[in-house]
Write a protein that binds this ligand. Structure first.
Ligand code: MBD
Ligand code: FE
Length: 289
C-alpha cells in the first residue's frame, strides 16, 4: 500500500463488482450478436493457444490448479473488466481504429460512467472544497478532417483525483467528482477547468493485484485524463491524455500510451496552475473506419 491510498480506499472487490455491474447493465450487451463461425474460430484459436502453451512449457498440475484458482478469483472479485481492459483492450483498440482518420484514440478502461452532468463551455468539473492538486485549464477546438470547425461537439471527461481515486468506484467521493459532459461552443471551442490527476495504481488487493505480485510486475498507470469526443454525424473517439515526465509513461501496465496523446502542459501566466491546449479532428461517420 502506498501513502496515496487512504482509509477511503475501498477494496478491489468493491471497485471490481461495481465495474462488473456497470458493464453488465450497459447498453453494450443488448446488441451483441457474434456469428457462430466467428465464435468457433476465435474461441477455438484461443483454446488452442492455451493448449500450445501447456505443451511448450510442460505446465504442471500445480500450475494448472493455480491458474484455475486464480480465474475463479477474477470472477469473485469482479475483476474481469479490469483484467480485460488492462491486458487486452489496447490491442482491440489498435485493430479497430487503425483506418480512422483524425484524432488518435486509446482504451476506455473500466471506469467510464455515461450521462455525466452536462455543462457549457467554459466549464468547471465538480470538485470538493479545497480540492488537492494542481489546477489545469484544458482547452481546444474541434474541426473535421478538412479543417472546418464542428459546431455541436462535446467532450466527455473523467479522471481520478490527486490521490488516484475515481468517483463512483471508491467510497466517500461526490458522485460526479471529476466527471462531466462539456458542450463546445458554435465555433467548436471548449474550455474545461479541472485538477491534474495523479499516477494511478490498479487495485492491488484483488485477483489482478495477486497476479502482478506473483509475477513480479508493477501495478501503475501514468497519470491520465479519460476523454470521449463526439458530434452528431461524426465518429466517436475514446482516448486518454498523458503528462510528459510521468515515470510510468514508458511502462503503463495497460499499454495505452501513444505519442499523439502526450499533452504539452504549460504554466499559467496568473500562476494558477497549468494550462494545456489539445485540438480534436473528428472523422465523419462515412469516412473510412
Ligand atoms: C484505470 O483508471 C484505467 O484507466 C485502466 C485502463 C485500468 C484500470 C484503471
Ligand atoms: Fe483510468
Amino acid at each position: 500500500m502506498t501513502e496515496t491510498r487512504k482509509e477511503n480506499e475501498g477494496t478491489a472487490v468493491e471497485a471490481g463488482s461495481l465495474a462488473t455491474e456497470r458493464f453488465t447493465q450497459s447498453g453494450k450487451l443488448a446488441k451483441l450478436d457474434v456469428p457462430k463461425e466467428r465464435v468457433s474460430q476465435l474461441a477455438g484459436e484461443l483454446i488452442q493457444a492455451a493448449n500450445d502453451i501447456v505443451v511448450k512449457h510442460e505446465v504442471t498440475y500445480e500450475e494448472y490448479n493455480a491458474l484455475k484458482a486464480w480465474l475463479i478469483k477474477v470472477g469473485t472479485d469482479g475483476e474481469w473488466p479490469l483484467f480485460l481492459d488492462v491486458w487486452l483492450e489496447h490491442t482491440v483498440e489498435d485493430v479497430n481504429s487503425k483506418e480512422r482518420p483524425g484524432s488518435v484514440g486509446t482504451i476506455e478502461g473500466p471506469y467510464y460512467v455515461p450521462n455525466a452532468p452536462e455543462m457549457s463551455t467554459p466549464a468547471t468539473l465538480e470538485m470538493r472544497e479545497g480540492e488537492e492538486g494542481t489546477p489545469l485549464l484544458f482547452h481546444g477546438n474541434f474541426t473535421d478532417t478538412e479543417g472546418n470547425p464542428i459546431n455541436d461537439a462535446q467532450v466527455e471527461i473523467w479522471h481520478a483525483d490527486a490521490a488516484g481515486f475515481y468517483s463512483q468506484y471508491a467510497p466517500g467521493l461526490p458522485e460526479w467528482l471529476f466527471r462531466g459532459t462539456v458542450k463546445a461552443d458554435e465555433n467548436g471551442h471548449f474550455e474545461i477547468n479541472t485538477m491534474q490527476p495523479a499516477p494511478y495504481q490498479i487495485p492491488t488487493d484483488g485477483a489482478c493485484g495477486q497476479l502482478i505480485g506473483a509475477a513480479g510486475w508493477h501495478a501503475w498507470r501514468p497519470a491520465h485524463i479519460h476523454i470521449k469526443v463526439s458530434a452528431p454525424g461524426y465518429q466517436l473517439v475514446t482516448q486518454q491524455l498523458y503528462f510528459p515526465g510521468d515515470p510510468h509513461n514508458e511502462d503503463d501496465i495497460a499499454s495505452a500510451v501513444k505519442p499523439e496523446l502526450m499533452l504539452d502542459v504549460k504554466g499559467r501566466q496568473d500562476g494558477q496552475g497549468n494550462q494545456v491546449e489539445y485540438n480534436y479532428v473528428l472523422a465523419k461517420e462515412n469516412e473510412s473506419k
